[in-house]
Design a binder for this molecule. Sequence first.
Ligand code: ATP
Length: 238
Amino acid sequence: MSTPALEIQGLVAGYGDVSVLRGLDLSIAPGQLVALIGANGAGKTTLLRTISGLIKPQAGEIRLEGTPLHGLAPYEVVRQGFVQSPEGKQLFGGMSIRENLLIGAHNARAREVRDQTLKEVFALFPILEERQKLAANTLSGGQQQMVAVGRALMAKPRLLALDEPSLGLAPIMVDRLFESIRRIRDLGVTVLVIEQNVFKVLQMADHGHVLENGRIALSGSGRELLADGHLRATYLGI
Ligand code: ATP
């Protein structure tokens, strides 16, 4: 069996004395598009923040393609190839689209291939090339989300994590964005998506995991999860 893109074992993490993640195990195969689902406050963002090195785990191991990430500083985690696009985009609104994208290529590995990666991002999101000189805050919400995803791609991720990319977007923009996420997977990048849009994300994902009570409670292919009675009742209201 090939080395997992991401492997997490026994992860315990949270805030102060409160453990949000309580012995979480998760394995993601290389090249897959994987959805992480869970109720509000289940700990999805906490998981991304812990993998990113922003929260220090109380216990457990995190490996990216076999290399330990636990204990690394956030910039080292990015250098290893785990890059996340945070919830709420967090762009520099007054700076140009191009500048926002180039900020993503901050690490040395990405900087070397920056011009080529920028071409790839523009191929994925042609509207960003057309508007590259405009300030980011002149864009629609959907286009700003493209900048946020593009900026993460500029860091040359091996694993790209997206936190609620569809939040606040019109349905047509969600469809376009999800199509782009699929194309990113097809380029060979492993993708982990956190989504409230459970139905759509499971239709798109190769695999999904459900976070409940600090652990992965349910895993399966997108199709299997969509057919699961518990998932349908809890997250789709069916
Ligand atoms: P959402 O979908 O609402 O973003 P989530 O699954 O991403 O939810 P988290 O944001 O990871 O959930 O939050 C998990 C728990 O940790 C929640 O109970 C939340 O109140 C708590 N929490 C989040 N951030 C902090 C913080 N900075 N300090 C203390 N507790 C926090």
